[in-house]
Ligand binder design. Structure first.
Ligand SMILES: Cc1cc2nc3c(=O)[nH]c(=O)nc-3n(C[C@H](O)[C@H](O)[C@H](O)COP(=O)(O)O)c2cc1C
Length: 191
């Protein structure tokens, strides 16, 4: 199913066609080169002072880390996310070496996630970002130090048709249109 962006001018096809599906093939796999390319795309993201505060945790469907990540998710995400091939948890180093706060950590990490998403879609995978998980439970389950904050979990899957989704609420969201605020509301005029 396609849901191209209704933009006022043409966008790069990957940007126009990217959207967050919840219909994933539960038997799909990912090649090692594709997965490495996705991680490399995150690695090569820009960051303030080249601080690279991102850390990535990988969990493959069927392994223990995957089950643990899913167990921390809110109920809605637990319905569809288990069909992902891989879950990539994106973490942020929130402090500098001297303990002072890293003001741009979340911004930098979001850029890395965006880069991974674009590379992943280019390679034929669908990405769906999630903040709907218990961050404290996630940190506890993986023994994260307080410096390392879980920011989002990226579901990576092979998209299938919406009819594959059994849950009605999830199928409804899958079929819903994509909406954005108009540019006139987003661009603040300068004088
Ligand atoms: C930081 C972040 C957190 C999100 N959390 C969830 C989530 O927990 N569950 C979910 O189903 N979708 C989640 N989404 C997906 C958004 O709902 C989706 O990106 C948005 O509705 C725009 O749709 P599109 O990505 O198809 O353009 C999240 C997206 C982002 C960027």
């Amino acid at each position: 199913m396609r849901k191209p962006a209704d933009s006022s001018v043409d966008l790069h096809p990957i940007l126009a066609e990217r959207w967050s599906s919840r219909a994933y093939d539960p038997a799909a796999t990912i090649g090692a080169e594709d997965l490495t390319a996705i991680l490399e795309a995150g690695r090569w993201a820009p960051s303030a002072s080249n601080g690279q505060p991102w850390r990535f945790m990988l969990a493959h469907r069927g392994d223990k880390a995957f089950t643990t990540m899913v167990s921390t998710m809110v109920g809605f995400n637990q319905i569809w996310a288990p069909n992902s091939i891989v879950l990539i948890a994106v973490l942020a180093r929130m402090t500098n070496d001297d303990g002072s706060p890293r003001a741009t950590a979340l911004y930098d990490v979001g850029l890395a996630a965006a880069m991974m998403t674009v590379e992943g879609h280019h390679r034929g995978y669908n990405f769906h970002q999630m903040s709907g998980f218990d961050h404290a439970a996630f940190s506890a389950a993986f023994g994260l130090t307080s410096d390392l904050a879980p920011v989002a979990i990226l579901a990576v899957g092979k998209q299938v048709g919406a009819e594959a989704i059994e849950n009605e609420a999830v199928r409804e969201r899958e079929l819903a249109g994509r909406e954005r605020l108009p540019l006139t509301e987003l661009v603040i005029q300068t004088h």
